[in-house]
Design a protein around this ligand. Structure first.
Ligand SMILES: Nc1ncnc2c1ncn2[C@@H]1O[C@H](COP(=O)(O)OP(=O)(O)O)[C@@H](O)[C@H]1O
Ligand SMILES: [Mg+2]
Length: 234
């Protein structure tokens, strides 16, 4: 479904991503783990068109998207739930959800999708007229996820979904991500919580200093001595 081949990304003269190749098959939950600054977010930004790779290619469902705009990429079915739960704080919950569907012109379908989100996230329904900025961290994360689902993505990307959330909310957030995948949406997730991510994924990639240094199934990665020592505290 998604294939990155020898991708290099630079900020100015600094290489943030060096020769990264990875794939995501339809229906998979794939995760990228690695320390702060390893290039995980840069990878998601390159896929969603926020950043153009300096070298290499990115293909999605048979098409080269390396030079497509962020807008085109959303229309093709890739949704990006960015780091830090970026909801529009002054807008209501409902308005945030409507904005998530801006690529969809059929207002009736949008209204139906919002109702589905309210069924899945009753908390958001209760708070539908509230400004998003007044929600708790966990509620904002739910809103960010629901908004990313509003474009009806084939592939959804989560950047550090558990960051800064209380432990019980972290569990809930991972449950939601599992459900998204069970509903048939392919998932690419970046997480610092390496154990949780490896435990729930099909396959994983490890990044170190802008390079992909190891890959395997979640269980293979969990039992790898280097991963255990450097990322799982054991
Ligand atoms: N906007 C930016 N300008 C310059 N350097 C950046 C920018 N964003 C990230 N970087 C650098 O690129 C590297 C990879 O960053 P990033 O992809 O955010 O890592 P991660 O998500 O794994 O923590 C880091 O060295 C970081 O400092
Ligand atoms: Mg990051």
């Amino acid at each position: 479904m998604l294939e990155l081949r020898n991708v290099v990304c630079r900020y100015g003269k600094v290489n943030a991503l060096n020769d990264v190749s990875l794939t995501v098959e339809q229906g998979e939950l794939v995760t990228i783990i690695g320390a702060n600054g390893a290039g995980k977010s840069t990878t998601l930004k390159a896929i969603s068109g926020l950043l153009n790779p300096a070298e290499g290619s990115i293909r999605f469902m048979g098409q080269d998207i390396s030079k497509a705009s962020a807008q085109q990429i959303i229309s093709m079915g890739i949704s990006h739930c960015p780091e830090g739960r970026r909801v529009f704080p002054q807008m209501t919950v409902h308005e945030n959800l409507e904005l998530g569907a801006y690529v969809c012109k059929d207002r009736g379908a949008v209204a139906g999708d919002i109702e589905k989100m309210y069924e899945a996230f009753p908390r958001l329904k209760e708070r539908r007229e509230q400004a998003a900025g007044t929600l708790s961290g966990g509620e904002q994360q739910m809103l960010a996820i629901a908004r990313a689902l509003m474009s009806r993505p084939k592939l959804i990307m989560f950047d550090e979904p558990s960051l800064g959330l209380a432990p019980n909310i972290v569990e809930k957030t991972f449950d939601i991500i599992r459900k998204v995948r069970e509903s048939g949406t392919t998932v690419l997730m970046v997480e610092q919580n390496a154990f949780a991510a490896l435990d729930m994924c099909d396959r994983a990639y490890l990044y170190e200093s802008g390079r992909m240094t190891l890959q395997g199934t979640g269980q293979e990665m969990i039992s790898d001595p280097h991963v255990r020592h450097a990322y799982l505290g054991g």
